[in-house]
Write a protein that binds this ligand. Structure first.
Ligand SMILES: [Zn+2]
Length: 381
């Protein structure tokens, strides 16, 4: 009893020392713990298909094409340029498809990720390699996130892609003009957006083509077979590479991408996701500056999302706000017209009429009617 009593303070002392050591170890470990911007995602190996299938989904955009040096080639509003863009597009996509089949692909599907304004897909269906199939759905779908399902594809390839906003690549942007998407502290490209989306079901992005700036944006994806199609000298000017040379490299690298599929990496986003949208002209977010509950600072909105899908939806919703600033340019153009002042007065009158007519019950917004004839959807619209 006596001894026990005398050992009491010693036991307490030893216990305190152990607790103190534990606390300092924990503090040290937290200090050492990587932050989300250091480890925005984890890498895993792709789940290899054992059924002898090798199904590839090809996304195509339209700004990173070989032989392309004019932005009007990717906008449906300029038919004579756009038609040239369509030719360039199908030629790049076909070279990649050829390489994929040479690399062992058993199925290749192609989906439009551009959105030129054409009510039809940008790819010329009758010129597309007949071994490949275009993705169509009966319902509108968001090509980056709604196709992602387990066990449908084994690899993803991306063609005609562009660098991210701020990178000074040819037509560099992320999702749309003047918007920059930041995920777990890193500004990402659309190619990485696709990699995160497919990372959810363990499918890797294995091939990409675009300009030299995009290659730089994607240097962390060092397993990627990448074809530089042109060198950007500004966001609207390039030095082109000979197209035949680019196509030969596309065939070779697309083949190699599938042959080395087991050595590629899946990108799994770390959750919860710290997401942000930062914008530059012609987009603008300053309209949200004084909105309570919105984490706004310097044309940037930050938020935390529980997973990739929630982050994506939040970013796209914020993009819809940011692009509301585009028509400011229309106002500029109108005011420069000889009858500009008169047009702005008409605008003012229409604005008052809309208010007073609605307030008086004379005017109602038109109801969105669903199309009566069933139609096919092909991705980006
Ligand atoms: Zn595009």
């Amino acid at each position: 009893m006596m001894q026990k009593k005398r050992n009491g303070p010693l036991v307490v002392f030893v216990a305190l020392v152990i607790v103190a050591m534990g606390v300092s170890l924990a503090v040290w470990m937290i200090g050492k713990m990587p932050t989300r911007s250091e480890v925005p995602h984890l890498y895993t190996r792709p789940a290899m298909n054992t059924e002898g299938e090798l199904r590839v989904l090809v996304y195509h955009d339209m700004e990173g094409l070989s032989g392309q040096d004019d932005w009007r080639t990717f906008d449906f509003s300029y038919p004579e340029f756009y038609q040239k863009g369509q030719e360039l597009l199908v030629n790049d996509v076909n070279a990649v498809i050829d390489g994929l089949f040479a690399g062992g692909a058993t199925e290749v599907h192609v989906v439009d990720a551009h959105g030129s304004g054409n009510p039809q897909p940008d790819i010329l269906s009758d010129k597309l390699d007949p071994r490949a199939r275009q993705v169509f759905r009966d319902q509108p779908f968001r090509q980056y996130v709604d196709l992602t399902e387990p066990n449908v594809y084994d690899a993803v390839a991306v063609v005609g892609m562009h660098a991210k906003t701020g990178s000074k690549g040819f037509a560099s942007h992320t999702f749309t003009l003047g918007t920059e998407i930041i995920i777990n502290g890193r500004s990402i490209t659309e190619t990485e957006l696709i990699a995160y989306s497919w990372g959810r079901v363990d499918v890797p992005v294995v091939f990409a083509s675009g300009d030299d700036r995009l290659l730089d944006d994607l240097k962390d994806m060092n397993w990627l077979e990448y074809v530089v199609v042109k060198e950007a000298t500004s966001a609207s000017t390039v030095n082109l590479r000979p197209v035949d040379e680019v196509h030969a490299e596309m065939r070779e690298k697309a083949r190699r991408a599938l042959e080395n599929l087991s050595r590629s990496k899946v990108m799994k986003i770390v959750e919860p996701v710290e997401a942000a949208l930062r914008v530059v002209p012609p987009a603008d977010l300053s309209v949200l500056r004084d909105v309570p509950g919105v984490n706004y600072s310097d044309n940037r909105i930050d938020f935390t999302a529980k997973n990739f899908q929630e982050a994506y939806d939040g970013v796209i919703g914020t993009i819809r706000v940011a692009t509301r600033a585009y028509p400011q340019i229309l106002r500029e153009i109108v005011s420069e017209q000889p009858n500009g002042e008169q047009l702005l007065l008409q605008y003012n009158e229409r604005l008052y009429d809309r208010w007073l007519d609605y307030e008086s019950g004379r005017w109602q917004p038109e109801q969105q009617s669903s199309p009566s004839t069933p139609r096919k959807y092909f991705g980006a619209r």
